[in-house]
Design a binder for this molecule. Structure first.
Ligand code: SF4
Length: 364
């Protein structure tokens, strides 16, 4: 196991340090043995795997092979809530496990490593965030899913990158002004796209914040036929170079629908596994995080997503350790803005009107 130091920014504070422990890659025979063991334990324990696109390919493939799901955080939440299994094994980072528990408090939610966190969550502590909200009482509070249960409980809406644009647009149409947290790049992208009146918490994702426009331009010049796919947690000058901007699921759709053979991808490198599996005739290369103008703190791989491994997954299934616990007192309030998001996206998907799903400010 390797323990690495991770730098992140907390608004109004200097650079902070966190850590991540990354498991050693198992050998081929260990890998096969662990996969067989996990498959057996999932059946015995009435459990299902839910994995994020950014975790190790083994955990993505195993989730699908055993009837679970590989997806973005919105679909992970929905799938976990609706599945009959009484144990959910969430491979991702802590806020994903917490969201699953908030939506299904009666289920057991296990994670390979409970210390797998996120710079957006770390950089938005509830006390400071509450003070920020108190300073803007006239604004609807919209928070990204990458936040603690306590921050969600202070929000009017929770959004993911796949539905944030639609929800903010609907709030703007309803005449509401917005307080957005925690990702400043995603927030400013949404503001540019919707024209909504927004104030921002100044958090950032340590992976996407590292993509560099100067180097991306140089790579584009080397590959003039390549299309550029960018996650909107990236800086504005990187987003400006994109042929398609979208969440992880949006990037997948764009890669499948665009008539190109070569793509440059600005999101966590874990995403390349799914992109390559679904598009065997196409080539995907990572957008640059290193170069003359870069520091490459993360090198396009989230250190906390990398904490998820087969051995820990087998161990938690076998022993029941690493169960997510969310304070029962805040679950109902934290669930409210998540339920709003799920109802909104379900209506949108079914072509139903969404205006009636926007409550007046202060209705929470
Ligand atoms: S990739 Fe960025 S947003 Fe996603 S969990 Fe890691 S630090 Fe958080």
């Amino acid at each position: 196991m390797t323990v690495i130091d991770v730098e992140y920014e907390q608004p109004a504070c200097s650079t902070r340090h966190a850590w991540a422990r990354v498991p050693v890659e198992p050998s081929q025979s260990e890998r096969m043995h662990l996969k067989e063991k996990i498959t057996r334990l999932l059946k015995e324990k009435n459990a299902v795997m839910v994995s994020h696109f950014y975790v190790h390919p083994d955990l993505q493939d195993l989730a699908e092979a055993t009837g679970g799901l590989v997806s973005d955080s919105l679909e992970m939440a929905r799938f976990g809530r609706d599945h009959v299994a009484q144990t959910l094994v969430v491979s991702g980072v802590r806020f994903m496990g917490e969201t699953a528990k908030i939506l299904s408090p009666e289920k057991r939610v296990l994670m390979p490593d409970l210390d797998a966190t996120c710079s957006l969550d770390l950089g938005c502590p509830i006390t400071e965030f509450s003070a920020f909200c108190d300073a803007h009482p006239d604004r609807t509070v919209v928070v990204y899913a990458n936040t603690s249960a306590a921050v969600k409980a202070r929000a009017d809406w929770v959004v993911t990158s796949s539905c944030a644009l639609d929800i903010v647009r609907a709030l703007k149409d309803a005449g509401q002004k917005i307080l957005w947290a925690p990702d400043k790049h995603l927030g400013s992208y949404i503001q540019r796209e919707t024209g909504a009146d927004m104030v921002f918490w100044q958090g950032a994702c340590i992976v996407h914040d590292e993509f560099k426009a100067f180097e991306l331009q140089a790579l584009k010049a080397e590959h003039p036929d390549a299309k550029v796919l960018v996650h909107p947690e990236s800086p504005a000058d990187v987003v400006a170079l994109a042929d398609a901007v979208g969440s992880t699921s949006g990037i997948l759709k764009a890669a499948q629908s665009m008539d190109a053979k070569l793509f440059i991808v600005a999101t966590d490198s874990g995403m390349l596994h799914k992109l390559r599996t679904l598009n065997p005739g196409k080539t995907f290369i990572e957008a640059p995080t290193a170069g003359n103008s870069a520091t490459c703190k993360s090198c396009a791989q989230c250190p906390w997503m990398a904490m998820n491994g087969l051995a820990d997954l087998a161990r938690v299934l076998e022993t029941g350790v690493n169960a997510i616990d969310v304070d029962a007192a805040i679950i109902p309030r934290a669930r409210l803005p998540i339920d709003r998001m799920l109802a909104f996206t379900a209506a949108l998907k079914n072509g139903q009107p969404v205006g009636g799903l926007i409550p007046h400010l202060g209705a929470a």
